[in-house]
Ligand binder design. Structure first.
Ligand code: GLN
Length: 490
């Protein structure tokens, strides 16, 4: 019936759409199948924070009524999970933090509005690292998520709930957010497709801010076609986000063709880092050979020498922005508020002391320090200069190459608890993804193989507002391989 599998919960968006359009299935049937599957596997993955079962079934009925009148859009009636950092009207949005544990937004993020305009079926909200700070989803204030490929491993992070959910077929697709790798790194660890669009391609309105100059929302899907379908829907200018860019949105699905003739692909040597898992490296080399067989011209040994400063710059810039963004959680207007306090200052202090977890506090301290008088020039300003150099380096590379190919991460998923006591080791799992946010360019992670039964992701990077080329390469590779069709058994 479809390439991925024959259970309704296993369908891709495009296959589900065909079946819905021809009324071979109804949205209620599809939604019930997914909800039943969530009930079966959720105690293993713990991918979700909130499931809105009744509301989802009502929305599915509405979608079916619409389809019966002959009206159907690509996402009509199709179930989606949303990372709990993206505001959903009337549905609790926690950021996996105690400080927002009971926060119910009075409005939808623009991306959610766009999904709802097509009558998508929102199933609920996914787990994440608190305020999207982390690489394993272990920083959730509630519980960690488990990797469907090996339940003793992390799913990656911070969008680990969304990627584990898609790997486990707990939704047809999901939304995540990516500030330094939070869509791509967990997509790689869970063997699914995750896109970080160009900064400014997708509205951030209603995305609870971590580091505003780096944050982007993107799709987490079962294949590349679905990723293009979601970007078609969520991309575009939004008057409510002044950093969204008024470029026209092409039909990304029209770039899904299977020959790569004439494309020049660069392989930056700095991304095959020391300490990288050798088997991951071999998987990537094989994947690059496949791209060559598809007609691409491969250029090894491209150099982006400032890459080595990206991690240090990121851990100044992102915490600096976070320290400012998170100052709004003062216990006054919304979220948790500690009432057992002597005065307002004491109330704010205790609210933040009890409301934030240790990683969030670490970032606030780092950021406050880097921005303080006397240190600003030495840290923040310097990091901004490094940022410019990194961006220039990418701009230059894209004058010669259509795209760059790297591993998404230097390793496969690690064990739960393995890196929780060592923040630097945790930060290092994003070495291949953070430079992309610093430069603001788009990148995707797609499944490229396995090492010891754990998925390996390949990252495809292109220049600003050139998601078309990324989809083209990713699709051609996907058609030539079947990694994306191999499912975790739960
Ligand atoms: N792991 C990185 C961090 O902790 C990136 C997180 C993200 O992209 N949201 O900051």
């Amino acid at each position: 019936m479809n390439r991925i599998g024959n259970k309704l919960y296993q369908l891709t968006i495009h296959d589900a759409h065909e079946l819905l359009k021809h009324r071979d299935i109804s949205s209620v049937e599809l939604t019930k199948s997914v909800l039943q599957h969530i009930a079966n596997v959720e105690q293993k993955t713990r991918a979700c924070i909130t499931i809105t079962k009744d509301a989802a079934l009502r929305k599915a009925e509405e979608a079916d009524n619409l389809i019966r009148t002959g009206n159907i859009n690509p996402l009509t009636g199709i179930p989606v999970l949303i990372k709990d950092v993206i505001c959903t009207k009337g549905i609790r949005t926690t950021c996996a933090s105690k400080i927002l544990q009971n926060f119910v937004p009075p409005y939808d993020a623009t991306v959610v509005e766009k999904l709802k305009a097509q009558k998508a079926v929102v199933l609920g909200k996914t787990n994440m690292d608190e305020f999207a700070m982390g690489s394993s989803t272990e920083n959730s204030a509630f519980f960690p998520t488990h990797n469907p490929w090996d339940l003793s491993c992390v799913p990656g992070g911070s969008s680990g709930g969304s990627t584990a959910a898609i790997a486990a077929d707990e939704a047809t697709y999901a939304l995540g957010s990516d500030t330094g790798g939070s869509i791509r790194q967990p997509a790689g660890f869970c063997g699914v497709t995750g896109l970080k669009p160009t900064y400014g391609r997708v509205s951030r309105y209603g995305l609870i801010a971590f580091a505003s100059s780096l944050d982007q929302i993107g799709p987490i899907t079962k294949d590349v076609t679905d990723s293009a379908i979601i970007l078609n829907t969520i991309a575009g200018y939004d008057t409510k986000d002044s950093t969204s860019v008024p470029y026209p949105v092409p039909d990304y699905t029209s770039y899904l063709t299977s020959k790569l003739k004439g494309l020049r692909l660069g392989i930056p040597q700095e991304y095959f880092v020391e300490g990288m898992n050798q088997e991951v490296k071999t998987v990537l080399e094989t994947a690059i050979n496949t791209l060559e067989q598809l007609g691409a011209e491969i250029h090894w040994g491209v150099s982006l020498p400032h890459t080595k400063h990206a991690l240090a710059a990121y851990y100044i810039l992102a915490p600096a922005e976070a320290s400012a963004n998170l100052s709004r959680y003062d216990g006054v207007k919304y979220g948790f508020s500690e009432q057992n306090a002597d005065n307002v200052i004491d109330m704010t202090r205790k609210t933040r002391q009890f409301g934030f977890g240790p990683e969030v506090k670490r970032r606030i301290m780092l950021g406050t320090y880097a921005l303080s008088a006397g240190y600003y020039d030495a840290y923040y300003l310097k990091a901004q200069k490094v940022r410019t150099l990194i961006k220039q380096e990418f701009d230059e590379a894209f004058q010669q190459y259509d795209a760059l190919i790297t591993p998404t991460s230097p390793t496969t998923a690690f064990k739960l608890g393995e890196k929780t006591d060592d923040p630097i080791q945790m930060y290092l799992s994003d070495v291949c993804t953070l430079p992309i946010n610093i430069a603001g360019v788009p990148a995707i992670s797609i499944p490229a193989g396995f090492v010891n039964n754990l998925p390996v992701g390949m990252q495809i990077i292109s220049k600003h507002f050139n998601e078309e080329t990324i989809f083209h390469i990713a699709y051609a590779y996907e058609q030539a391989t079947d990694w994306h069709q191999i499912k975790a058994t739960l």
